[in-house]
Design a protein around this ligand. Structure first.
Ligand SMILES: O=c1ccn([C@@H]2O[C@H](COP(=O)(O)O)[C@@H](O)[C@H]2O)c(=O)[nH]1
Length: 274
């Protein structure tokens, strides 16, 4: 099954647009969870078990694992997610971008080593840096388009003088991803919930692409405005929240609190659907 079909199926089954982000930071773990690589694995498993029926995707951010030499634990975690929630796709947030030969290795890492269903990529180096990922049939790739951070303006919001109509860089990217770059039909875009007007613009330019939308929760993005701007019958959205769910409680009840936070966010997103 293709990534996009898998995503739609999980959204239907769990009635959810919510992606639970797995950004495990040992210094924020409650007492009783080891502040090491094994603790990272166990903490994420506990959160996944508590939220598996509320999520349409899980998004481990690779830096939180690699920084603590927990790549082996990330492999095991993704394998475990398959048991906990076989229907829920895993998006590996890696934001890779490199020349083709190196991109081949990154693609292998994401899809063969970790077994992710989709990956996030930086499109800055152009189509040949994206193409190796598209050779993996049915696997998804989300290109950074209009990111949630204020610094996204520095490049993404600049106009391209040499392109007809002088679009902004993020608009040009959205057009490429909807059109000529989407050779396997599995491309999506990353757009920040902190910029709903830009979500709406991206949706106009890329009406059928899945949008991965981080920025609700800890970054303060507006869930209602996000869904209104991005959700369309023909174009799914996946709205990520990480810290607001993972650290809803710093105590022994962290998994129960994570579930409550995930449920509240899921319900908020669903209530905003037209
Ligand atoms: O534009 C982007 C792209 C990716 N991210 C990632 O999403 C989560 C957000 O975490 P919160 O705790 O919900 O703020 C994190 O992994 C980022 O690396 C993003 O925030 N913005």
């Amino acid at each position: 099954m293709s990534f996009i079909d898998q995503l739609r199926q999980a959204q239907q089954q769990n009635q959810s647009l919510l992606c639970v982000g797995l950004d495990p930071e040992p210094s924020r773990f409650p007492a009783g969870v080891a502040r090491n690589a094994e603790g990272i694995h166990d903490f994420c498993v506990a959160v996944a078990e508590a939220t598996h029926d509320l999520a349409c995707a899980f998004k481990p951010q690779i830096a939180y694992f690699a920084a603590h030499r927990a790549e082996g634990q990330l492999e095991r975690l993704i394998a475990r997610l398959r048991q906990i929630a076989p229907q829920v796709p895993v998006i590996l947030d890696a934001k890779r971008g490199d020349i083709g030969s190196t991109a081949e290795q990154y693609a292998r890492e994401a899809f063969e080593r970790y077994g992710a269903d989709a990956v996030t990529l930086s499109p800055f180096m152009g189509f040949d840096s994206v193409a190796p990922y598209l050779k993996y049939e049915g696997k998804g790739a989300f290109l950074l388009c209009r990111t949630s951070n204020p610094g996204g303006d520095d490049l993404q919001n600049q106009r391209l003088a040499d392109v007809p109509g002088q679009p902004r860089l993020y608009e040009h990217l959205a057009r490429l991803a909807q059109g000529p770059w989407n050779t396997n039909g599995q491309l999506g875009l990353v757009v920040g919930a902190t910029y709903p007007a830009e979500i709406e613009r991206v949706r106009a330019l890329a009406p059928t692409l899945p949008l991965l939308i981080p920025g609700v929760g800890a970054q303060g993005g507006d869930a209602l405005a996000t869904v209104r701007a991005g959700w369309r019958e023909a174009g799914p959205i996946v709205v990520n929240s990480s810290r607001a769910i993972l650290y809803a409680s710093g105590g022994a009840d962290f998994a129960t609190a994570a579930r409550a936070a995930a449920q509240a966010t899921r319900d908020q997103l669903n209530a905003a659907r037209p």
